[in-house]
Design a protein around this ligand. Structure first.
Ligand SMILES: Nc1ncnc2c1ncn2[C@@H]1O[C@H](COP(=O)(O)OP(=O)(O)OP(=O)(O)O)[C@@H](O)[C@H]1O
Length: 636
């Protein structure tokens, strides 16, 4: 810490004296004095001097708002729930920046004293008090913290605001969280951006969804950057506080859950141990393992099983126009992804987002391909990813979870398959607040669409829409709005990105067009001119091969890179590179998008489908950028 030894002693003495005049119990004396010392660094502290029954203290600073109970042994859950209710009411609606309000779930509940309690609150042994002041959770400005404190003061009876100060001379030497020096700190400068305030403040629409009571499965949709994930995390904290079971946050992609886990640990340290962040496939595999069921899902062997089926059935299908990839997608995303078990069913479905119309005879040919593929899998003891999810559903129906989840959140639900959604419904059940689907049809980055209603999840009357974009500065949002991507997650036009409201001004977009030979030079120049740190920058492409190519360009020009797959949301110093599939759900201050030419299919229907898919992928790529977007295209 930045206080000189002399200043620290001075502050400690004052704090000890002020507390000793008011409290007798040694634990309370030590703990409250420890908190009081921090007021010399810009924190605000109110200690309870009146009737018991609520928090012993409220602590407010740049790392957030805390309701503190000091006791050994730790309090029981009922006591902390009462403290939570009281704190939520006291803070409710205090104003924040840009018409936002304090979220009910923003207050962190902390019990300080005895160790080892597992409840819906953070239990800290007294010697670990310092953890409250972690620098990675700083997200408010000193002024915002002061405004919250004064708003609370007007509502607080039976509490006394205490403050100590460092001796005059040392005042300029504070570093970490002192209001004066924080702006100079390189690392903390990043949090001066408006983006992180969501940990405390939410837009009223967001706040309402974070704490609304739903009698069954619910859904939050809305265009990119409107805070759907933020709301889902607040909601998880809200529900977690009012329940005891485990919490599950899952997505279709493997790379997103670890990033959200990092965020949630910062938002809700008290629930970190109860919350599981994992892709649905990893969940299913672990679940089946736990039941003693091991499936062979070797991707290479599965590819091979399909390739062999293809050689048998390719002729009639190739005559229809599209190539191998198209038919593999048809079998994987349409037949298996939607869990279609019979030819009759396949004959009758609407193949959303598949360009080529197929008549009954043609569908029979596809079905033959699917059947041979299934036989090849069975003959080799293989299960593909859809089989894995299907098997997990069957096993769950046979014997439900011993400890059901209190809440299951599905982020980026638009990319889940129907088989996946059905499994999620079986995991979560239809009970109140148990299943939340979060998604945006415009951002579907995998081919082969479906509608939410096809999953049979009853969300009638519990579908919510967010429309204020908090991520992209206006210039970037304007650029992204011009990308024409279709949304039919619900078969109806939802709120598209072009209708989203923007709140962050500024933003720079640079477009570049050139030949493939010119790309390395243009790209490295763009990186050289970046004013945003590389660790907060991502380069996004539309295929793995393109990502690898760009990564090599950057590395050979001396720019260290890291694969987006390995990003977990922590600060880094390398530029992240990966495909749009790995970038979805994330954001970076600067984004470079590189679009390279790819052979276009000859079949017009397939061409149209690919064009639509690329539009959605371009929209996802552009909306990952907060402040700066470089958009490089090598035309075909
Ligand atoms: N109330 C808020 N105040 C400040 N920043 C916010 C707020 N809500 C969201 N943000 C910021 O906006 C960005 C987008 O939030 P989030 O990722 O939750 O949006 P999303 O709707 O899930 O986006 P996408 O669909 O593109 O993945 C994040 O950087 C987040 O920090």
């Amino acid at each position: 810490m930045g206080l000189s030894a002399h200043a620290r002693r001075h502050v400690q003495q004052q704090a000890t004296k002020l507390i000793a005049e008011r409290f007798r119990d040694p634990l309370r004396r030590n703990t409250l004095a420890g908190l009081l010392e921090r007021t010399a660094e810009g924190w605000h502290l109110a200690v309870r001097t009146g009737e018991p029954g609520t928090a012993d203290a409220f602590l407010i600073g740049r790392a957030g708002v805390f309701a503190v109970v000091v006791t050994d042994p730790p309090p029981d859950e009922a006591t902390m729930r009462a403290v939570a209710r009281d704190a939520e009411e006291r803070f409710a609606g205090l104003p924040g920046p840009g018409g936002q309000r304090i979220a009910r779930s923003a207050v962190t509940l902390v019990a300080i004293g005895g160790a080892g309690s597992a409840g819906p609150f953070w239990s800290l042994p007294a010697p670990k008090l310092d953890q409250l002041f972690r620098r990675d959770t700083v997200h408010l400005t000193a002024r915002q913290a002061a405004r919250i404190a004064s708003g609370l003061a007007a509502r607080l009876r039976g509490y006394e605001w205490l403050k100590v100060a460092a001796p005059e001379k040392a005042a300029g030497s504070f570093e970490l969280l002192s209001a004066e020096s924080v702006a100079d700190d390189q690392l903390l400068a990043a949090v001066e951006r408006p983006f992180e305030t969501w940990m405390t403040f939410l837009h009223p629409d967001q706040a309402a969804l974070a704490s609304r009571n739903y009698s069954g499965p619910a859904r939050i949709s809305g265009p990119a950057g409107t805070g759907k994930t933020v709301v889902a995390l607040h909601r998880m904290r809200h529900v977690g506080r009012r329940s005891t079971g485990p919490l599950l946050f899952t997505t279709f992609v493997r790379t997103l859950p670890p990033v959200n886990e990092t965020t949630f640990r910062r938002l809700a340290p008290e629930l970190a141990d109860r919350a599981q962040f994992v892709s649905l496939h990893a969940w299913a595999r672990a679940f089946l393992d736990g039941r003693g069921i091991q499936l062979n899902t070797n991707p290479r062997l599965i590819k091979d099983a399909f390739a062999r089926a293809w050689t048998q059935h390719r002729e009639p299908l190739e005559r229809l126009g599209p190539n191998y990839d198209y038919w593999e997608t048809e079998v994987q995303r349409i037949i298996k992804g939607q869990g279609i078990a019979t030819l009759e069913k396949y004959q009758s479905i609407h193949r959303a987002r598949r360009g080529l119309r197929l008549d009954r005879g043609q569908r029979s040919k596809v079905w033959e391909l699917y059947e041979t593929y299934s036989e090849n899998l069975a003959a080799n003891g293989l299960s593909d990813f859809h089989d894995l999810l299907h098997r997990a559903s069957a096993e769950l129906e046979r014997r439900p979870l011993e400890e059901p989840y209190a809440s299951v959140v599905v982020d980026e639900a638009q990319d889940m398959t129907l088989t996946g959604l059905r499994l999620l419904r079986t995991i979560a059940g239809d009970g109140p607040n148990q299943l939340l689907l979060v998604g945006d049809g415009q951002q579907q980055v995998y081919p082969g669409g479906w509608r939410l209603s096809d999953a049979g999840i009853p969300i009638q009357g519990r579908g919510e829409v967010l429309r204020v974009n908090y991520r992209n500065r206006a210039g970037i949002l304007d650029f992204a709005r011009r990308i024409n991507a279709v949304d039919d997650l619900d078969g109806a036009a939802g709120v598209a990105l072009r209708d989203a409201d923007s709140v962050n001004e500024g933003g720079v977009v640079q477009s570049w067009t050139g030949t493939q030979a010119e790309l390395p030079g243009a790209l490295t120049a763009a990186v050289r001119e970046l004013t945003i740190p590389h660790g907060e920058t991502a380069l996004i492409t539309f295929s793995n091969a393109d990502a690898e190519l760009c990564r090599r360009f950057l590395e050979s020009a001396g720019t260290p890179t890291r694969a987006l797959e390995r990003y977990v949301g922590e600060a880094e110093d390398r530029l992240h590179v990966g495909t749009v599939h790995r970038a979805k759900g994330l954001d970076f201050r600067a984004v470079l998008v590189v679009q390279l030419p790819h052979p276009s299919p000859e079949d017009p229907a397939e061409q149209e489908e690919q064009r639509e898919l690329l539009s959605r992928q371009r929209l996802v790529a552009a909306t990952r950028a907060r402040d700066f977007l470089w958009w490089g295209v090598v035309p075909s």
